[in-house]
Design a binder for this molecule. Structure first.
Ligand SMILES: Cc1cc2nc3c(=O)[nH]c(=O)nc-3n(C[C@H](O)[C@H](O)[C@H](O)COP(=O)(O)O)c2cc1C
Length: 341
C-alpha cells in the first residue's frame, strides 16, 4: 500500500511518525541481551550485530525509535556543516520486484547545529550511536578537509563513532576525495581533532572504485590508524539513471568489494570492516562472518522487509548457536572457522 505513494513522501511520513511515537518500536523489539548477542568492537558495544545504515535518519530525529528497535547501533547522517536542501526532486526511486532503490538525495540535512541538538536531546536506549559526516556541496576541494574537521570537533564528544563519507555518488566531485592525496589531507586534519577527543573513526567506501585505487584508499586508512572501513555505499548503474543503487541490485558488487577489503585488513588487529550493501538474509551475514567480519548494517532490506527482519536474524543466530553448542555470538565468531551453518 505504502508503495503506491511517492517514495520520499512515504519515507518522510514514516520518519515523522517514528519521531513522534518512539514507543511504536515496542511492536517489534525483543529484550536486549548483550551477554548473548553483543559484540564489543574498538570500545563500542553493539547489543546486536546488525545496525542501521546512514541516510535513513539523516538528521537524528528518530534516534529514540531506532535505538529502541534491536539495532546494535544506529548511524545518523550524512550531516554537513551547514544546512543543505539536497538535489532536486524526484530523487528517490524504488524497484520493488528487485528489492532495490535508486537515490540522488545529495545530503539533504539540517546542518551540524540542529542535528547536534537532536543528538544530545535523544534517548539512545543504551545503544551505540554513529554519525556519518560529509562536506557541503558548495565547499571547494581545497576546503573539504576543513568541513570534516568542523564536524569531527562538533560531534566527537557526543557519539560513539564517526564515519567519513567521501563515497556518495550524489555530491559532484565528492568521490574524487577518495584519491590518496585528498584522503591524506582529510585524515591529517582529523588527526588533530582525534588527539583532543579520540573516537572510533571509519571510512565509508564506494563500490565503484577500481581495485588499484581501492588499494590506495585502504593504505591510507591503515596509515592513519582508522577503526575500520564501511563497505559499501550505493553503486552507479548508468542505464537506470542518475543516483546510486542500493539493495539486491548492489549485492554482488558490494560483496566483491568487501572480499577485496577484508583480504587487506584482516591482519590489522584493530581494524574492522562493517558490511553494508544488499544484505537481506542470514546467508549474507554468515558469509561476512566466515570472512572474518563481525558487524553489519542494513538499509534497503529494512524498508522492504520491515523491522521484523531483526527478529528473523535473531532466530537464525539462536539456531546456529544451538547447532554449534555455543552460548554466545562472541564465542561463535571466535570459532567461526569451524562453525557449522
Ligand atoms: C535513500 C538513501 C539515502 C542514503 N543516504 C546516505 C547518506 O546520506 N550517507 C551514506 O553514507 N549513505 C547513504 N545511503 C547508503 C546506505 O547507507 C547504504 O550504504 C546503501 O544503501 C547500501 O546498503 P543497502 O543495500 O542495505 O541499502 C543511502 C541509501 C539510500 C537508499
Amino acid at each position: 500500500m505504502a508503495f503506491k505513494f511517492d517514495p520520499e513522501f512515504v519515507h518522510n511520513f514514516a520518519l515523522s511518525t517514528f519521531e513522534q511515537m518512539p514507543g511504536l518500536a515496542n511492536l517489534w523489539n525483543f529484550p536486549n541481551d548483550f551477554a548473548k548477542y553483543g559484540l564489543e568492537v574498538n570500545g563500542n558495544k553493539w547489543d546486536f550485530p546488525v545496525g542501521l545504515a546512514a541516510g535513513f535518519d539523516e538528521n537524528g530525529k528518530a534516534i529514540s525509535f531506532f535505538t529502541k528497535l534491536n539495532f546494535g547501533a544506529v548511524e545518523i547522517g550524512t550531516v554537513t556543516p551547514k544546512f543543505q536542501i539536497g538535489n532536486e526532486k524526484p530523487r528517490l526511486w524504488r524497484y520493488p520486484s528487485e528489492e532495490s532503490f535508486r537515490n540522488s538525495m545529495g545530503f539533504n540535512n539540517l546542518g551540524a547545529e540542529l542535528v547536534y541538538q537532536n543528538v544530545v536531546g535523544a534517548n539512545r536506549n543504551g545503544k551505540s550511536l554513529g554519525i556519518n559526516i560529509g562536506k557541503n556541496k558548495l565547499t571547494s576541494r581545497e576546503d573539504a578537509a576543513g568541513d570534516y574537521r568542523i564536524l569531527y570537533d562538533k560531534f566527537a564528544g557526543v557519539v560513539d563513532y564517526l564515519v567519513v563519507n567521501v563515497s556518495s555518488p550524489n555530491t559532484p566531485g565528492l568521490r574524487e576525495l577518495l584519491g590518496k592525496e585528498f584522503l591524506r589531507e582529510i585524515f591529517s586534519e582529523l588527526e588533530k581533532g582525534r588527539k583532543k577527543t579520540p573516537r572510533s573513526l571509519y571510512l565509508k567506501i564506494s563500490p565503484d572504485q577500481d581495485f588499484k585505487d581501492l588499494e590506495n584508499t585502504i593504505e591510507v586508512a591503515k596509515e592513519f590508524g582508522l577503526s575500520g572501513i564501511i563497505a559499501t555505499n550505493t553503486t552507479i548503474m548508468e542505464q537506470r539513471g542518475k543516483g546510486g543503487i542500493s539493495g539486491k541490485l548492489l549485492r554482488d558488487k558490494s560483496k566483491m568489494v568487501r572480499k577485496f577489503v577484508m583480504d587487506r585488513i584482516k591482519e590489522v588487529d584493530h581494524m574492522q570492516m562493517i558490511a553494508v550493501g544488499g544484505i537481506f538474509s542470514f546467508d549474507d551475514i554468515w558469509e561476512h562472518w566466515k570472512m572474518g567480519g563481525k558487524l553489519i548494517q542494513i538499509y534497503t532490506s529494512f524498508v522492504y522487509q520491515g523491522p521484523g527482519i531483526l527478529q528473523d536474524f535473531k532466530n537464525e543466530i539462536d539456531r546456529v548457536l544451538l547447532k554449534n553448542k555455543i552460548n554466545n555470538l562472541n564465542e561463535l565468531l571466535e570459532n567461526i572457522k569451524d562453525a557449522k551453518r
